[in-house]
Design a protein around this ligand. Structure first.
Ligand code: ZN
Length: 78
């Protein structure tokens, strides 16, 4: 009756960190095209759970997005 499931349960949302792939050491706040995909329509930074960014790069992204907001490159709220 009971069959052991051999299939691995992989989360389709599990991704590699895109910044680690390119070995990014610093995310520039002037670099709009790199930050854009990680900021949603409302101007919020996307959760790490959805984008697959590692903690180190998420923190770097956060600071750069905040700097970009302050300088008027990105919106605080739409
Ligand atoms: Zn990373």
């Amino acid at each position: 009756m009971h069959k052991k499931q051999q299939e691995k349960r992989t989360d389709p949302r599990a991704k590699k960190c895109p910044f680690c792939d390119k070995e990014v050491k610093y995310i520039d706040w002037k670099d709009y095209p790199t930050m854009k995909p990680f900021v949603d329509y409302f101007g919020n930074i996307m959760k790490r759970y959805y984008t697959g960014i590692c903690l180190k790069h998420q923190k770097m992204l956060k600071t750069s997005v905040e700097r970009a907001r302050f300088m008027g490159m990105l919106s605080y709220r739409k």
